[in-house]
Design a binder for this molecule. Sequence first.
Ligand code: PRX
Length: 650
Amino acid sequence: MVDGTPTLPSEARTFAPDPAFVEQAVAGAGLAESASRDRMAFWAAQADELVTWARRPTETLDWSNPPFARWFADGTLNVAYNCLDRHVEAGHGDRVALLWEGEPGDSRAITYAELTADVKRAANLLSSLGVGPGDRVVIYLPQIPEAVVAMLAVVRLGAVHSVVFGGFSAESLRARIDDAEATLVITADGGWRKGSVSPLKPAVDAALAVGGESSVENVLVVRRGENPVDWVDGRDLWWHEALEGVDDEHVAEAFEAEHPLFILYTSGTTGKPKGILHTSGGYLTQVAYTHRNVFDLHPETDVYWCTADVGWITGHSYVVYGPLANGATQVLYEGTPDSPAPGRWWDLIEKYGVTIFYTAPTAIRGFMKAGREIPQARDLSSLRLLGSVGEPINPEAWLWYREVIGSGRTPIVDTWWQTETGAMMISPLPGVTTTKPGAAQSPLPGVLVDVVDDHGSPVADGESGLLVVSEPWPSMLRGIWGDPDRYVETYWSRFGDRYFAGDGARRDDDGDIWLLGRVDDVMNVSGHRLSTAEIESALVSNPLVAESAVVGAADETTGQAVVAFVVLRNKKRKSVTPEEAVVRLRAHVADRIGAIARPRTIVLVDELPKTRSGKIMRRLLRDVAEGREVGDTTTLADSAVMSVITAEMR
Ligand code: PRX
């Protein structure tokens, strides 16, 4: 039991849609019917209804060269125009687009007309700095309106953004700048986080100072933290100064539907992050479609809030492109949920009258721990729909979310998707689906998935298998930046022309889908994807370390936690105490990758469990890290190793 909510068998309770909700729901049963009647016609209709095209597409899907899909390929559009100008032209210029709140309590309400003018001005500035179609711009900003403005200004010009989450280190930033060969970085002096200013510009300076000359010509710096910063004359420009006197008229040029829109780096099974590439028309169609139907969006009356940072895919699709394409009014918040005090998020819901709220299970579990009194001291009655994303939501957290945050009446949509899928793929439809705590349930109309065994044959209901997407979808990734072979190898080599997601899944007796977590060496910590290989390579880059193995261990709050098993170099063992070594190594990982990758636990061991061929048996280490009885050790070269490690854990 957590916080008074009884633990029930997961399938024991279901929640049928409330008739009053059904009455006004955007989605109806007709959506699934029309998608199953003719999937291509269905997507063509969505593209036609939700997107304003400069040239309307006559083609839907070109899958003649799998796995390289082309959607709506003969259509042209400007994505920023779709998110901005067209709402102003339709008479909604006075509607608030962003209700922004800074962590210290400063706030700004920005209308669609204002946001459009800001983006036009920024596009003119970027163009005067030489940014044009196809150029890459790295964005490394806090959660401030300028982040949205910068992203939209880049895509308005047909350039490609690569947003790097502000929590990543200088080294991670540099790797992303180099991989994309970016010519411009847009950053800020710093942003507010947990009650103080967390500097960003110094990380950009550090990133550009090491490793030889970079592709970057200019660094544009937004003033936010007011913290002191170093300056490189000729390279660095203040955003506010550079924008002075710049024209706020700019005509958006149309680009082909398959024109690259953005790159977003995500962790894979190797040490090197993958630059996931998304393109324009198909992506916009599916983010707008899912945002509208899954969140039951009524743009005239709803106040929507997705708590994700724009540095992640959820921020791209459901803070920037989906909501703005749909003309929504949304809250954008700079800081953490507990600054200056626990309950800040609930204060914001009360203050802005938020109606639709989208967050991650880790946050919900954190609130459960803190106690229901905190949200219950606020008026949350404006909420009418809750969403979850990023990791499996356990039924207890689901029930608490509905009961305590949703006053026992709001539908909950548990949305499964990935950086690669671009938009939601599996989710209940509010007003249609009878929801089940803990299950993402059904592929959305227009999406086809299956649960298969190692050979690609569907498994029986009730059995666990691997999740595949059986047919291409509009917002699917178009590749890995600069590495088409890795794209084919990672997602398409296992099951032919079906997409391998890397997740385990199971269908229950009703045919509902339950997600079971990753089946590869990718961890999911607080809904953030981390690679075991990347953290291992950060650890072995420290002179103290001879060898390391990293596993994701189940964690009550964060879903998984990083646990590292480390063998110190013989020569170094005497130079540090074990406690010092652990402190230094945790800091080292944060420094190399970013604080999100810092191991929760580092266990110093004499040896790692390996097979006779030298492969590290992570499965056994996970058993130890999760406090389980260690499984079959017969394939180990030295079976005594595990008992030593188990003893060391205690
Ligand atoms: O394991 C799945 C998990 O998050 C992974 C994708 O991570 P990322 O690309 O960072 O995107 C996160 C936000 C979309 C998936 O492979 N995941 C995401 N949503 C869910 C989920 N697992 C279970 N249930 C979900 N609703």
